[in-house]
Design a protein around this ligand. Structure first.
Ligand code: C5P
Length: 225
């Protein structure tokens, strides 16, 4: 899959004014934008419309996880916003993942529908407590659900790609750092290393949003890839 726009900036603000102030200085030809629960819960489609108006493609990161019918309808709603990508959480199971893909088919949409695997904040101990098995075993289960449902790809840690690796699937990876600051991730990695491990798209939040010159930081990262 060849797509030179590899960076997805996580617009993790709780205030639309701050988000829009940030966006003004970002070149939409360099990246896409991820909208998560923080902004969408408060402002809804307005924020997506604003981003589209400014030329950005949007990844709507709401990690849908519910009964299949509800996820089907939620995906129909999300796809009606013309998002470039949306995600579901694979712990909702195979029928739920199939329902999401049925929504895509019924909307005749080209949007990418991807599955969240084990969050990058979860350690082996967390996975044993939640799923009753090690992280690597749970990843294999999520991979099989994603493949059975024919999702377009996975959200995962770059370190997990070797376990999930399959042909023709997109790997979207958070937990990327230019400064090694781990924050709430279990492990972090540089953009260059993430690409080497097979990542197709890098989700980068704080390394860019907290920079004193975000567009320059974005250009520096792109030049380094
Ligand atoms: O600031 P930072 O680069 O750590 O931001 C990471 C982003 O990736 C956050 O928006 C977070 O919600 C998201 N994320 C994700 N899936 C994960 C871990 C983080 O979508 N497994």
């Amino acid at each position: 899959m060849i797509d030179d726009k590899k960076i997805i900036v996580a617009l993790d603000y709780n205030n639309i004014d701050d988000a829009l102030k940030f966006i003004v200085n970002i070149d939409s030809s360099l990246c896409r934008i991820k909208i998560g629960k923080e902004l969408f819960t408060k402002y809804g489609p307005k924020i997506i419309i604003e981003l589209h108006d400014k030329g950005f493609e949007v990844f709507l990161d709401l990690k849908f996880h519910d009964i299949p019918t509800t996820v089907y309808k939620a995906c129909i709603s999300a796809l009606s916003l013309n998002v470039w990508m949306l995600n579901i959480h694979l712990s909702g199971g195979c029928d739920m993942a199939i329902a999401a893909m049925n929504a895509k088919k019924d909307c005749q949409s080209d949007s990418k529908v991807i599955g969240v695997t084990a969050l990058t904040s979860l350690t082996d101990d967390d996975c044993i407590r939640i799923y009753g098995c090690k992280r690597s075993d749970q990843l294999k289960r999520f991979r099989d659900i994603g493949l059975d449902a024919n999702l377009d790809g996975f959200v995962c840690s770059p370190y997990d790609i070797n376990i999930l690796r399959t042909d023709n699937k997109i790997f979207v990876t958070p937990g990327i750092r230019t400064d090694g600051n781990i924050n709430d991730h279990h492990k972090v990695i540089t953009p260059q290393e993430a690409l080497k491990l097979g990542s197709n798209y890098l989700v980068i939040g704080r390394s860019i949003t907290e920079s004193s010159n975000p567009n320059k930081e974005l250009e520096t990262i792109i030049d380094s890839l």
